[in-house]
Write a new protein. Sequence first.
Length: 165
Amino acid sequence: MAQPARHSERAGKLYPPAIQSSASLHSVYIYKWMEVENATQMGAQAAFKTCDPSNGYLPATASWPELNTAVTNAIQSTSLSAQVQLQLGSPSEGYYCVNSSGSLQYVSSVAQRPSDCSAAGTASQQPGDYISISTSYDYTPMFPGVSVGGAFTTPVTDTAMIRLD
């Protein structure tokens, strides 16, 4: 009596190995992309946690010397570890307002807090102090030049913003 085909044998008959390989490489890229997104969010959360406004740590980039260390430790805590790096100029901080279209709009650096959101067309609102964390990861495909992995965007980058006040 013949044994039923195992799943891997059936898969080989349904999908040629090249397609299986391509799908696997694509999955690796998506996994690493999601890890970069996770790392970036963790960096933003670390900034929020360590820059407690009740302790007078705002603006964070000027008032909290351990900010970069806390954010770097957070972004490098995923499986990608130290391969995830802060982009040049990150973290950055500024005052933002919600404009009449409902979008967040940059209105000022942290050097001078605006008195209201008139620059965004919503003078009745108060500006918020937001910090932006931008990360990057240099993705290297397993088989560059002979697979679809070489077509993936690299470096993988992400940005997360969080309101501090």
